[in-house]
Design a binder for this molecule. Sequence first.
Ligand SMILES: [Zn+2]
Length: 188
Amino acid sequence: MFYPRNDVSANSSIYISEYLQLLDGVIIKKFLELDKCCLLADRYILAMIFTYFTRAQLTPHEFTPYNFFVALHLAHDIEEDDEELKRASVIFALHGETACNCVDNDFYQSFLRSRNILLERMKHRALVSLGCCLKVIEMYPHHSAWLRFRAEVHAGANRGYMPKSIHGASEVNDICWNCNKWKTVLNN
Ligand SMILES: [Zn+2]
């Protein structure tokens, strides 16, 4: 059964609570806790995944950890440029943890097929604007998922839509308090 929905509409608000319950579930919660620097899933990636679920018209019973990791992999395909991060999403989908680093090839192929099916159900519309992400966040703005900001020191990749730094100076320093990573970020 499909629900007639388009992107982030009024109907989406019915599903945001389902999605946030998924994030609060044991598997995703553990995953988010391990991703301390929000490299795999910051607030924008989490909002993208909800948008993917909406575009693909997933039913509530399809709001599963497996589909979350499939959508996460796709979001990283679109927004990031790090094969290791994508691999981590597969490992977590398979094992529910990162202690085991091995990925069975059959599982991996099946995972990639799932990703392609999701993309087809989204009619190949995988780009999500910043405005759309913010609309998702505003639906339930006080949830802890939206506090997952990635430090600028970890920023990069293909996030062309992200707002420019407000510092204005030729150079800014930034630190990630989670891993104490510090570097000078050139601010063009
Ligand atoms: Zn960090």
